[in-house]
Design a protein around this ligand. Structure first.
Ligand code: C2O
Ligand code: CU
Ligand code: CU
Length: 503
C-alpha cells in the first residue's frame, strides 16, 4: 500500500467569520446576509405546487476539464458558498464555488490527480463512484478522512481497458455523506468512448434534490426523514429548475444523466421523443436500445441518445413507490402524486440531417458462464435498534447488513483476488435499498425471480422491498479494502454499509 500524503497547506481562512457549522449530520450554517428574495414557503416545487415550475432559464452545463496527454490534474476545493439553486439564492456547499462541481473528462488509461481541499467546517473526502480503480492508499480509498483546513492528493490510474461511460464524484465520509451531497457536493466524470458517436450536442445532466429553509440555507432534516431517506422539495437539473434545452428537429443529442439524489428514485420519461440507451452505470451495450422510461436509483447513471422530434416536451420524473415504514417513519416528503418537470426539451427550426448509425460494440463478458469461487448472502435489514425495542415513534431504527452496523475497523467480506463470486442480496425490509459496491461492477443474474435476457452490468442494483437480487462479480484486479452499502445515503450514514477486502 502506498503511503498516504496529508497536506496542511493551501488553506485560505477556513470557513470565515460569517459562517457557523453545527456538528453531526444536521449540516447547517447561516450566512450573514438576509433571506434571499422568494425563498419563503410556497416558492419552488414544494408539496402542493403544480408539477413543473415555469421554465425560465436556458440549460447550463457544468464547467468541464479534460485530460491531455494521459493525465488530468484538478483541484477541488469544498467550501460553503452562495449559489443560485432553482432560481433562488442559496447557501450551499460547493466544489470550486459551483453546484454541481466541474465535469472531469477522461480517457481509458489516464491518470487523474485530484487535489482535494477541505474548507468545510467538518471532515470530508472524495469518492469516484463507479470508476474501476484501486481502492488503496491515495486512490479511491473510502477510509481517508480529510479534516477541516486540510488537503489530500488523490491519484487514480484508470486501466487501459476501462469501460467508457458516465461516473461521478462525491464525498464519502461516513456519517456525513447524505448531508454533504444534499448541500451540493457532487460532479460528473465522463470516460470517453474509444471511437466517438456522432451527435449534434452532448449534455451532462446532474439531477439532484434539496430543501432550502426560510433563510435560503440548506434545510436540516429530522431523524425520521433520514430513516426514510431524505427527499428534497427542489428537484434540480445542474442546479436549475426546469431549464430549456433547445434543439432542431432531427438532431441527435447525447445525454449523460446522473441521479445524485440522496434517496429519490428517478423514473424518467420524455414522451414523444426518441430515447435510446447506450449504457447504464458503466460500459456500453452492443447496440443502442430504444427506451420509453428509465428508472435510476440513487447513484445510477444513464448514457442516452435523444433524437429530437419537432415540438416541446417535458423531461418528467414520474412517481415511483420505494416503500416505507408506515406508522414508524411517517410519510416521505415527496410531492404527493404528480410528476415533476426536470427540463423542457424544445425542438424547432429547420430540420437537421439524420445522424449516422451508431457502430455496434462487442458484447461485454458474460459472467453467467464463469466458474463461481464463492457464494454469499447479504441481508439488508431495518429493525429496532438498541433501546428501540418498543418500536415507538422515538425508537432508533438499526440499518444493518447481515445483522451488523458499519464498523470501519471490521472486515465483513474477504474475497480471493482473481475469482468470480455470486452474491445474493436479500432485503427483509418494506423499503427498497439500492445496493452499491465500490470498484468492482456487478452483473445482474436474477432480479426478484427474473433473469435478464442480456448482460446487465451495474454498480448500483436496486433490491426491492422484501425482494432479492443475485449478482456476479469478477474480482480480477485491484486488491485492497473498500465498501458496499445502500445508496440511500442516509441509510449508509446510519450503518447500512460493510467492508470488503480483496486479497
Ligand atoms: Cu456513490 Cu459509496 O458511493
Ligand atoms: Cu461508489
Ligand atoms: Cu437503504
Amino acid at each position: 500500500m502506498r503511503p498516504i500524503s496529508r497536506r496542511n497547506a493551501l488553506l485560505i481562512g477556513g470557513l470565515g467569520a460569517t459562517a457557523t457549522v453545527a456538528g453531526g449530520a444536521g449540516l447547517w450554517w447561516s450566512l450573514a446576509s438576509g433571506p434571499p428574495q422568494g425563498a419563503g414557503p410556497g416558492q419552488g416545487a414544494g408539496p402542493g405546487q403544480p408539477a413543473g415550475p415555469a421554465s425560465s432559464s436556458d440549460f447550463r452545463s457544468p464547467a468541464e476539464v479534460r485530460s491531455a496527454d494521459g493525465r488530468l490534474e484538478v483541484t477541488l476545493a469544498a467550501a460553503p458558498g452562495k449559489v443560485e439553486l432553482g432560481g433562488l439564492q442559496a447557501g450551499a456547499l460547493c466544489y470550486n464555488g459551483t453546484v454541481p462541481g466541474p465535469t472531469l473528462r477522461l480517457r481509458p488509461g489516464d491518470e487523474l490527480n485530484v487535489s482535494l481541499i477541505n474548507n468545510l467546517g467538518e471532515p470530508t473526502n472524495l469518492h469516484v463512484h463507479g470508476l474501476h480503480v484501486s481502492p488503496q492508499g491515495n486512490a479511491d480509498n473510502p477510509f481517508v478522512a480529510v479534516l477541516p483546513g486540510q488537503g489530500f492528493d488523490y491519484r487514480y490510474r484508470l486501466p487501459a481497458d476501462h469501460p467508457p461511460g458516465v461516473y461521478w464524484y462525491h464525498p464519502h465520509h461516513h456519517g456525513m455523506v447524505a448531508g454533504q451531497i444534499f448541500a451540493g457536493l457532487f460532479g460528473a466524470i465522463i470516460v470517453e468512448d474509444p471511437e466517438s458517436i456522432p451527435v449534434s450536442t452532448e449534455r451532462v445532466l446532474l439531477v439532484s434534490d434539496t430543501t432550502l429553509d426560510s433563510s435560503g440555507n440548506i434545510a436540516t432534516v429530522s431523524l425520521m426523514e433520514r430513516m426514510a431517506g431524505r427527499e428534497g422539495d427542489l428537484l434540480l437539473l445542474n442546479g436549475q429548475s426546469n431549464p430549456v434545452l433547445s434543439a432542431r428537429p432531427g438532431d441527435r443529442e447525447r445525454w449523460r444523466v446522473v441521479n445524485t439524489c440522496v434517496a429519490r428514485f428517478l423514473r424518467l420519461r420524455l414522451d414523444g421523443q426518441r430515447m435510446q440507451l447506450l449504457g447504464m452505470d458503466s460500459g456500453r451495450s452492443p447496440d443502442p436500445e430504444p427506451v420509453d422510461e428509465l428508472l435510476l436509483a440513487p447513484g445510477n447513471r444513464a448514457d442516452l441518445l435523444v433524437t429530437a422530434a419537432a415540438g416541446e416536451t417535458l423531461l418528467q420524473a414520474i412517481p415511483y413507490d420505494r416503500g416505507g415504514m408506515p406508522g414508524m417513519m411517517g410519510r416521505r416528503r415527496t410531492p404527493a402524486g404528480g410528476a415533476v418537470a426536470l427540463a423542457t426539451f424544445r425542438a424547432d427550426g429547420e430540420s437537421a440531417a439524420a445522424a449516422a448509425a451508431v457502430a455496434s460494440r462487442p458484447a461485454p463478458e458474460d459472467l453467467r458462464t464463469a466458474a463461481v469461487a464463492a457464494r454469499r448472502q447479504l441481508v439488508l435489514a431495518m429493525g429496532a435498534g438498541p433501546g428501540g425495542r418498543g418500536g415507538g415513534m422515538g425508537a432508533m431504527m438499526q440499518f444493518s447488513i447481515n445483522g451488523r452496523e458499519y464498523d470501519e475497523v471490521r472486515t465483513d467480506t474477504t474475497v480471493a483476488l482473481g475469482t468470480v463470486e455470486e452474491w445474493t442480496l436479500v432485503n427483509t425490509s418494506p423499503m427498497d435499498h439500492p445496493f452499491h459496491l465500490h470498484v468492482w461492477p456487478m452483473q445482474l443474474i436474477d432480479d426478484n425471480g427474473r433473469a435478464p435476457a442480456s448482460v446487465v452490468v451495474r454498480d448500483v442494483v436496486n433490491i426491492r422491498a422484501n425482494g432479492r437480487a443475485t449478482v456476479r462479480i469478477a474480482f480480477r484486479d485491484f486488491s485492497g479494502r473498500s465498501v458496499y452499502h445502500c445508496h440511500i445515503l442516509d441509510h449508509e450514514d446510519l450503518g447500512m454499509m460493510g467492508v470488503i477486502e480483496v486479497r
